[in-house]
Ligand binder design. Structure first.
Ligand SMILES: Nc1ncnc2c1ncn2[C@@H]1O[C@H](COP(=O)(O)OP(=O)(O)OP(=O)(O)O)[C@@H](O)[C@H]1O
Ligand SMILES: [Mg+2]
Length: 267
């Protein structure tokens, strides 16, 4: 059954990320705090799964733990049935191509000294070493078209773009290496409501066109209900409810989920 369609694309089992707190320079009593506290979930190929919860609940840390940007103190991660937690950096390299992340803050996640061409072609240089300059340029132009930006913006720098445009650049960079799974960390939270819908539609189109699976992190359960197949609700480092997106929104079971839904402004 290995690698068949029934094997989840990503399986996280008992993830824990602990950070040291307090202690100070005069105290040895260092306490630990579990930002992610025993989190387990599965994501299938082509599926979009939402991860919602209040600020500080551990959503970003969960996403970062998958791509090794946060240290896992316990738990295991499997990708297509293969255990990827505990691999050496060299053995993990292929997964750095398959799994990409779009970051929460479009204003700080792009290097201000790099042009759009350099930003988007950087991952190509790492994962497609044989790709020549002209071919790379061509690929960047294609990616810009995919995310709805004109090809002539290649020579420009991040400060010349609006938040929504920057997020499109971040998405193009994530797509450059043809990932199978993208962790979208609040890709629309920093954007105006009108631009949010455009980016959500773009992501939805990418799933349809390219079959990319996503972990879509958000504060706002309304955005997640629209885009996601399933929802996981997180609070204080734990997933407290998970289910079909519509079910969770219409018939929330956990009191925390009910609170989250009640806090969505009604227009
Ligand atoms: N590198 C770190 N060192 C210490 N504590 C950290 C670190 N990164 C995150 N934390 C703490 O872990 C908790 C979870 O943070 P995280 O960024 O995952 O939350 P979040 O759910 O993404 O919140 P937001 O919705 O505000 O983005 C927070 O209390 C945060 O302060
Ligand atoms: Mg976050």
């Amino acid at each position: 059954m290995k690698n068949s369609d029934k094997t989840p694309l990503l399986k996280a089992s008992g993830l824990r990320v602990s950070y040291g707190i307090g202690g100070g320079i005069f105290s040895r009593a260092k306490k630990t705090f579990n930002a992610v506290d025993g989190v387990s979930f599965e994501i299938n190929r082509g599926e979009i799964v939402g991860l919602v919860g209040e600020s500080g609940s551990g959503k970003t840390t969960t996403g970062r733990a998958i791509i090794r940007l946060a240290p896992l103190s316990e738990g295991e991660i499997f990708y297509g049935g293969e255990k990827i937690s505990g691999l050496s950096d060299a053995d993990f390299m292929p997964y750095r191509k398959k799994i990409q992340m779009i970051f929460q803050d479009p204003f700080n996640s792009l290097n201000p000294r790099m042009s759009v061409l350099q930003i988007i072609s950087e991952p190509l240089g790492i994962h497609f070493k044989k790709m020549g300059r002209a071919e790379r340029r061509e690929r960047v132009a294609q990616l810009l078209e995919t995310v709805g930006l004109p090809p002539d913006c290649m020579a420009r720098y991040p400060h010349e773009f609006s938040g929504g445009q920057r997020q499109r650049i971040g998405i193009a960079r994530a797509l450059a290496v043809e990932p199978e799974f993208v962790i979208c960390d609040e890709p629309v939270s920093a954007l105006d409501v009108s631009v949010q819908a455009q980016i959500v539609n773009l992501l939805e189109g990418l799933r349809e066109k390219l079959g990319i699976a996503m972990l879509f992190i958000a504060h706002d359960i309304a955005v997640v209900e629209y885009l996601c197949d399933r929802i996981m609700v997180m609070t204080r480092g734990k997933i407290v409810e998970t289910g079909d997106a519509e079910d969770v929104c219409l018939r929330p079971r956990h009191p925390y989920t009910k609170e989250l839904i009640a806090s969505v402004p009604k227009f």
